[in-house]
Design a protein around this ligand. Structure first.
Ligand code: IVH
Length: 674
């Protein structure tokens, strides 16, 4: 009894720890498209959890990562429900389990022929395309399986090979077609070579880059993606009785699809196909990490049904990743442009998956500690779809007797690298990276009255926060906690709480303030207001072409190009995406249209110059806007009024020259109706 209780306590502990780590890896994989551990290790954790949960059914929970597919939904994208759930697949790495899958189906359907389809399993990013009357209307990510992010614009822009219209005329009224988006190695290398030249950090693998690209808010930034379509979701009217019929149709419609798939009448035949696929897959244009075995008969698929996350009529057989043993000669660091300090392993060159490998990424300090990696160790390196190999594990039996645990911070210090760990993250960054004056200036601008207007986040406070390395850019302020502020000069509990509350409140400020706060060259408060009034959403602004931006009243070529350039810069996108993640307001409803009768400045442009007797500049601006007008900083033929105070200089002269009506404060007030 007592043993049983102890077992249960231990099981609960292990289950909790597995759930925590799987949730962490799911978050990384589905939302950020990155991996900290190889696929196989992830699968092993998941399997251990599933086994414990089946042993202890009372400890199973609906919230467990075994019970649902991950979630790739991110803020900034419209959401749409799939007509039919997008599921994941159960994985296996061994033949015996594959045969068990077949045995289960044969038990369920005794005496029925069970033809299978064997397809390559593509290592990309899942997507669901909807074609209505043969026209592509929508592309949506898997999301949580039920609802995903609408990525139609990025799919159209990034995948030139995807037809907008199905070929022929024999298509259903409405069909959801599922597939995988990926990037060719050639494109991946092109992008990384370019980044290397610009000394930007390199992308780890094509999958990671694909997911980052397709979920980028400002468009795909000139990167090219591919797609391969292999599955069917909802179809109206129901048009196919087998998966192979569907494949034939996809080919007729001239959609990009699998280079090869096979049909088999038994699991023995299926196994032969898998072996064949293993020999052919290296020549495919996409990364194939396994085979998917599906019941061919769609009626039987429906009868077999699904568990919470995966169909019972299909299974993935994953090929073992290619591994090799070698010596880790030393640990080195790579320093990226943004100051990121990343540890890398220098290896004794070894042949792996057809290439000689002499470096491997070690990801971060925690990863080195978790695997207890030390210079001089014999390690197993792996390449599983990844271009940059990973150190999988250490063969501790071969460890030299005098070896000591690796201390990352001592190592950096010994090398004279002045870096520090980013608060709340495993990453390290160079101290004072970037021009500190510039950094401070940008953050001050962000918090200032004309931008997000964060009370008490003035110059002195920003200076302290930056010099104590508590913040490195504007997004970092949303990570601050009361405890971070207490040690600062002139901060006590109450004032710290107030500042945190003011920072929190700034998340909900009007969108034009955020746009202005980003500090895009040539984009002032008025342009920000004009642009937001036109687009109503930050993602729409980020996606807009220069032509679309120029369509905004008051926005010319220079401003439009400046905005476009800003949102094409990786570092800026990173900042903006983090701000979005912190929950800043990125949508702005159109204000109710002003009644022309009651809006004396409707459609009028006013330029302010000089000092007015009683009105401050921002007060006058607010009055102009309340009266339906807009302000501009320069006088042109399009200017309707110049509101001039004392010491008005060249703008007044220009107004007079162009014959623009000049108002003093009294005339201005009179115009607004007293
Ligand atoms: S079938 C309900 N077929 O792998 C059936 N999926 O690990 C689920 N995948 O969610 C999909 N190649 O994103 C299927 N030939 C293929 C596939 C494939 C890649 C992806 C898909 C799936 C994931 C499961």
């Amino acid at each position: 009894m007592l043993t049983n209780l102890m077992d249960k306590v231990a099981a609960r502990q292990r289950i909790n720890s597995l759930r925590e780590s799987l949730t962490h890896h799911d978050e990384l994989y589905y939302r950020q498209g990155t991996l900290e551990i190889p696929d196989q290790e992830y699968d092993a954790l998941k399997r251990e959890l599933a086994e414990l949960e089946s042993e202890w059914p009372e400890l199973t929970s609906e919230a467990s990562p075994t019970q649902h597919v991950g979630d790739d939904r991110t803020e900034g994208f419209a959401k749409v429900k799939h007509r039919e759930r997008m599921m994941s697949l159960d994985n296996t790495y061994n033949e015996a389990e594959l045969r068990e899958f077949d045995a289960r189906l044969r038990k369920r359907f005794p005496d029925r022929p069970l033809p299978y389809v064997i397809e390559p399993k593509i290592d990309g990013v899942a997507v669901c395309l909807t074609y209505e009357q043969g026209k592509l209307v929508r592309a949506v990510t898997r999301g949580n399986g039920v609802e995903g992010d609408v990525i139609t614009a990025n799919v159209r822009e990034g995948i030139p090979d995807l037809p907008d219209t199905l070929a022929g005329d024999n298509w259903p009224e409405l069909i959801e077609i599922r597939g995988e988006i990926y990037m060719t190695l050639e494109e991946f290398r092109r992008i990384n070579t370019e980044r290397e030249e610009k000394q930007l950090p390199l992308f780890a693998n094509p999958r990671n880059l694909t997911s980052g690209t397709i979920k980028q808010l400002g468009g795909v930034g000139g990167r090219r993606l591919e797609i391969v379509l292999y599955g069917m979701g909802y179809c109206q009217p129901a048009s196919f009785s087998t998966q192979s019929d569907f494949h034939q149709a996809v080919r007729r419609w001239k959609l990009p699809t699998l280079e090869q798939y096979w049909t088999a009448n038994s699991i023995d035949e299926a196994w032969k196909c898998i072996e064949k696929l293993d020999t052919l897959r290296h020549d495919f244009t996409y990364d194939t990490d396994g085979a998917v075995i599906k019941l061919d008969n769609i009626a039987l698929q429906a009868e077999a049904g699904a568990t919470a996350k995966a169909p019972r009529w299909a299974i993935a057989y994953k090929f073992a990743a290619e591994q090799a043993e070698t010596t880790l000669e030393s640990i080195d660091v790579q320093i990226g442009r943004t100051g990121a300090v990343t540890p890398v392993a220098r290896l004794k060159p070894v042949l792996l998956a057809g290439t000689t490998v002499s470096n491997a990424t070690l990801h971060n300090e925690d990863e080195i500690a978790r695997k207890d990696i030390r210079p001089g160790d014999t390690v197993v390196v792996q390449k599983a779809g990844e271009i940059i190999p990973q150190v999988l594990r250490v063969i501790t039996e071969k460890r030299p007797a005098d070896s000591e645990p690796f201390n990352f911070s001592a190592f950096l210090e010994a090398r004279g690298i002045e870096a520090e760990r980013v608060p709340g993250q495993a990453a390290w960054r160079l101290k004072g990276k970037g021009d500190p004056t510039q950094t401070r200036r940008r953050i001050k601008h962000f918090a200032s009255k004309v931008c997000l207007d964060i009370e008490n986040l003035g110059e002195a406070v920003v200076d302290q926060l930056v010099s104590k390395n508590l913040i490195h850019d504007a997004a970092d302020i949303y990570r601050l906690r009361v405890e971070d502020l207490l040690p600062l000069e002139k901060f006590a509990q109450k004032s710290s709480e107030n500042l945190i509350a003011a920072i929190e409140a700034s998340k909900d400020k009007e969108l034009w303030r955020l746009l202005h706060a980003l500090g895009i060259p040539n984009v002032g408060a008025q342009s920000s207001k004009d642009i937001v009034a036109h687009f109503h959403s930050l993602p729409a602004i980020m996606r807009a072409s220069t032509e679309e931006l120029e369509a905004v009243e008051g926005v010319g070529k220079i401003v439009a190009e400046s905005i476009r350039d800003f949102f094409q810069d990786e570092a800026n996108l990173d900042l903006v995406n983090r701000l979005i993640d912190y929950g800043l307001r990125i949508e702005q409803e159109a204000p109710a249209a002003a009644d022309p009768g009651s809006a004396p400045l409707a459609g009028k442009t006013v330029v302010l110059t000089g000092t007015l007797p009683s009105l401050k500049r921002d007060e006058a601006t607010a009055m102009i806007e309340a009266a339906g007008g807009r302000t501009s900083s320069s006088v042109s033929k399009k200017t309707d009024y110049v509101l001039a105070g004392e010491e008005a200089g060249s703008k007044l002269a220009k107004a007079e020259k162009l014959g623009v009506q000049v108002l003093d404060e009294a005339a201005f007030r009179a115009l607004l109706g007293g």
